[in-house]
Design a binder for this molecule. Structure first.
Ligand SMILES: [Mg+2]
Length: 168
């Protein structure tokens, strides 16, 4: 709860920063393992509702950011689609691919507001975000700590911090 509250506060503060434009498109980057699917290979709590929420609100700017993808948006669906209901799979079909090597941050367009839902950060990824003052746009998913965290995101969706107009 501690980390989540901290991030929640930062996100709320973003509304008050000068230059924030609510109409600015936010890119959503979604990891799969540890976010939508457990290590044991079953869907995580509230994953279908979370996917529905994200694709309803960000239908054109949601991306797979997972080793399952590698440039092909149909691959994650081939890998995990069978775990989900048809409606959720239809939403998943709207998710765009990313292609990256070594570090997921290489696929993130840091010139635009973004939220990256992931359970894990590697060294280079963390360093990149820190250097750009964008670490708070990594939304740490820790379902071990809070198994219902995806439902919390639906009721209080994060807002990206430090969008380009505030950066110098
Ligand atoms: Mg993961």
């Amino acid at each position: 709860m501690g980390i989540y509250s901290h991030k929640f506060c930062l996100c709320i503060r973003a509304w008050k920063l000068p230059g924030y434009n609510k109409n600015m498109k936010t890119n959503i980057y979604l990891d799969v393992d540890g976010v939508l699917v457990t290590k044991g290979g079953s869907i995580t709590n509230h994953a279908p509702s979370f996917i529905e929420y994200v694709l309803t609100n960000y239908p054109d700017t949601t991306y797979w950011l997972t080793t399952h993808c590698n440039g092909d948006a149909s691959k994650p669906i081939k890998n995990i689609g069978h775990l989900f209901d048809e409606k959720t799979v239809e939403y998943m079909k709207q998710i765009k691919p990313t292609s990256w090597d070594t570090a997921k941050t290489r696929a993130i367009d840091i010139s635009l507001p973004f939220l990256w839902f992931d359970d894990n950060l590697f060294f280079e990824e963390k360093q990149t975000l820190l250097e750009q003052n964008l670490l708070d746009n990594w939304i740490e998913v820790d379902l071990g700590k809070n198994p219902n965290q995806l439902a919390d995101f639906i009721s209080s969706f994060p807002i990206p911090v430090n969008y380009p107009t505030d950066r110098h």
